[in-house]
Design a binder for this molecule. Structure first.
Ligand code: ADP
Length: 363
């Protein structure tokens, strides 16, 4: 099995509820023992994947996330990152077949629910056996590996007092110091407490996650993509939709330290016909984003407090092109903990499961 697994190229796949993530290792060192067939197949697949940044109608390569000079299994090479909607799985399988991707490997490491759901499809359509890994094991393994290989993987938002002043700053994450918390915001949310490289537990989760944001936002605004939803939110004002403390108190509720600008009731204005007539799609998108994000922040804070852990890493594709949520999470963690809890973000936000899965080659 090991020789099968070691046939090039190496893929790791994370087939999630919304997005499928494909990580692919391109060796860059000269190694003599490659067979001619392997070299030929390799170069065809590699060429197709690396010369393009779009595949079919909905596949994308995230070139800005490419990792060079990575060492895996004693080989040096480049990690490439590709994603497509899981709903396009049939088209992916067809394309993979046409491009001979499946002929060059016999086993692919896969994780996420789709590794189970689509196992038969991979077998029947590509004659490909999926080597299944657990998604949370893969997530932690991929995260630890990436942070260890990349000096500038982590960052935080500084000066996140409410709005715009805020900017990103590199964060030196002492990944070999435990514990820390990982909040994975995908379609749903999982919260993990990590105590060591092979020691973590899933302490909480919520079904109100990135999928909820996109679902509700689509219903409320008629938007068609995540990017569009984020763009709408960026131009909206949630205070037209949400009822704030000051709408109720006329100012702050100072006895319990609640500022006037705090949301007291998400969507609380929307029972009024008059207010409904005044809101735009942008305002509704912003309120949806703020509601979902603040709820996640609140769960993350309680988990961190409960476990007495102060470093919280937020990952998952909900944070893709989404500075609004990152700033909100940063501000919420900082403000409500009096600066003791820290929100940390990672450049390869949604790819850790797929990376960790690919690393099972290294066992
Ligand atoms: P999963 O493994 O559950 O698919 P991900 O970490 O890939 O989770 O995150 C999926 C979430 O990321 C979506 O629910 C959505 O909020 C957000 N997202 C970011 N980019 C996209 C995109 N291009 N298409 C759909 N959802 C996206």
């Amino acid at each position: 099995a090991l020789t099968e697994m070691n046939a090039m190229p190496w893929f790791g796949m994370d087939i999630g509820g919304t997005l499928s993530k494909l990580v692919f290792f391109e060796p860059k060192d000269a190694i003599s023992e490659k067979t001619e067939d392997e070299t030929q197949l390799m170069s065809n697949v590699t060429k197709y994947l690396t010369k393009n940044s779009a595949y079919g109608k909905s596949g994308h390569r995230d070139a800005h996330q490419q990792m060079d000079n990575v060492k895996i299994c004693n080989r040096i090479g480049t990690l490439h990152f590709i994603r497509f909607p899981t709903s396009e799985m049939n088209n992916f399988l067809e394309l993979a077949k046409r491009k001979g991707m499946a002929a060059s490997v016999s086993t692919v490491c896969a994780t996420g629910g789709g590794a189970f759901k689509f196992e038969e499809n991979f077998k029947n359509e590509l004659n490909l056996k999926l080597c299944k890994c657990d998604e949370l094991d893969s997530l932690i393994r991929g995260l630890l590996f990436t942070v260890a290989s990349n000096n500038n993987e982590c960052y935080f938002w500084s000066q996140c007092t409410e709005d715009e002043q805020c900017s990103t700053q590199e964060y030196t994450f002492q990944y070999n110091k435990y514990p820390f918390i990982v909040v994975n915001i995908g379609s749903g949310v999982s919260v993990l407490a990590v105590y060591g490289p092979n020691n973590y537990k899933r302490i909480s989760g919520t079904s109100i996650g990135g999928g909820t944001f996109l679902g509700l936002c689509s219903l409320l605004t008629g938007c068609n993509t995540f990017e569009e939803a984020i763009e709408l939110a960026a131009n909206g004002d949630n205070t037209k939709v949400d009822k704030l403390v000051r709408d109720i108190y006329g100012g702050s509720y100072s006895r319990f330290g609640l500022p006037g600008e705090l949301v007291a009731s998400s969507f609380g204005h929307m029972n009024s016909k008059e207010k409904r007539a005044q809101v735009s799609r942008e305002d509704l998108a912003r309120a949806t984003l703020v509601t979902i994000t603040n709820n996640i922040a609140s769960i993350a804070r309680m988990c961190a407090l409960n476990e007495r852990i102060d470093r919280v890493c937020f990952v998952g594709n909900f944070l893709r092109v989404n500075p609004i949520s990152m700033k909100l999470l940063s501000h919420a963690m900082d403000y409500w903990s009096n600066g003791s809890q820290k929100a940390i973000f990672l450049n390869h936000e949604g790819y850790f499961g797929a990376i960790g899965c690919l690393l099972s080659f290294d066992e």
